[in-house]
Design a binder for this molecule. Structure first.
Ligand code: CP
Length: 308
């Protein structure tokens, strides 16, 4: 079974193939209206289940549109409305869904839920975000960087802020796509050591630098994310804002990077918290290309999972 569970669990050549496929599909559409189908219809006759146990705008819409462009059909399911939220095991849910659909995408809280779904499903399962990682986002982000600046291998990527699930997948990306990675944030919000170890074991230079101005020297790309993730307790909001304020991405901080550095944010952004509006809307920013590329990258991920 070809699941897409994480960047580190997927062969590097396969990841590269998916980025190439995504770019080819994007080019082939040639900017035609979003609701029109692709010329190729690899998902014709296929049904895809999109399960959400957490809110989503980009993941939900981009997967749904992507399936339809490739000729397939979707059903969007909320975890709360399924028996999943009322005592049925993940394993049984996986076995049942596998009798109805050809592919499952799940956004959930615990990684264990994703892994149990994948273990018991007899169709491919895609990780649409867990508390631990967000691999589809990094596929879109690598695609976006390379569209604008060419190969990401050997570049310096700086993450400013909370070492959260998206940061973790960036560290997996460093290992698999061959770029260096600097984390800048408060010590209490460092990425888990296993992710840093993974990238280092793959031969990548990974640096933790508490001073954001020093961190972004020579950066090719600066990335940030919300200071309070969906799984963080609301009670932590004020403390996190106080801790993370020095790591806000501002025009002054971007002025310390390479002149052609890009700025990325997976969105949703909280303008003037983790990033100023001037940076979001400024010349370094490619945040809306990133959002668009979720569509193209995930189409490639789905085709890879289904061997199409
Ligand atoms: N970046 C991202 O996954 O966006 P959504 O939470 O809106 O899906």
């Amino acid at each position: 079974m070809t699941h897409f569970l994480d960047i580190d669990k997927t062969d590097a050549a396969a990841l590269r193939g998916m980025i190439d496929s995504a770019r080819a599909m994007k080019t082939a559409r040639g900017g035609r209206p979003k609701g029109t189908r692709d010329d190729a219809q690899p998902l014709a006759g296929r049904m895809v289940a999109l399960i959400f146990e957490k809110p989503s705008t980009r993941t939900r819409v981009s997967f749904d549109v992507g399936v339809r462009q490739m000729g397939g059909e979707t059903m969007v399911l909320s975890g709360k409305e399924m028996q999943l939220g009322h005592g049925e095991t993940i394993a049984d849910t996986a076995r049942v869904l596998s009798r109805y659909v050809d592919l499952i995408m799940i956004r959930t809280f615990e990684e264990a839920t994703l892994l149990e779904m994948a273990e018991h499903a007899t169709v491919p399962v895609i990780n649409g975000l867990t508390n631990r990682t967000h691999p589809c986002q990094i596929m879109a982000d690598v695609m976006t960087y390379e569209e604008h600046r060419g190969p990401i291998a050997g570049k310096k990527v700086v993450w400013a802020g909370d070492g959260n699930n998206v940061c973790a997948s960036w560290l997996h990306g460093a290992g698999q796509f061959g770029f260096d990675f600097t984390f800048t944030g408060p010590p209490t919000l460092d990425p888990e050591p296993e992710f840093i170890r993974y990238a280092r074991d793959k031969g990548r230079r990974v640096t933790v630098e508490r001073d954001p101005v020093l961190a972004v020297q020579g950066a090719d790309l600066v990335v940030t994310d919300t200071w309070v993730s969906m799984h963080d307790p609301e009670s932590a909001r004020e403390r996190r804002h106080n801790q993370l304020r020095p790591y806000q991405v501002t025009e002054a901080l971007m002025a310390q990077t390479k002149p052609d550095a890009l700025f990325m944010h997976c969105l949703p952004a909280h303008r003037n918290d983790e990033v100023t509006s001037a940076v979001m809307d400024g010349p370094h920013s490619v945040v809306f290309d990133e959002a668009e590329n979720r569509l193209h990258a995930q189409k490639a991920v789905m085709r890879w999972c289904l061997g199409l």
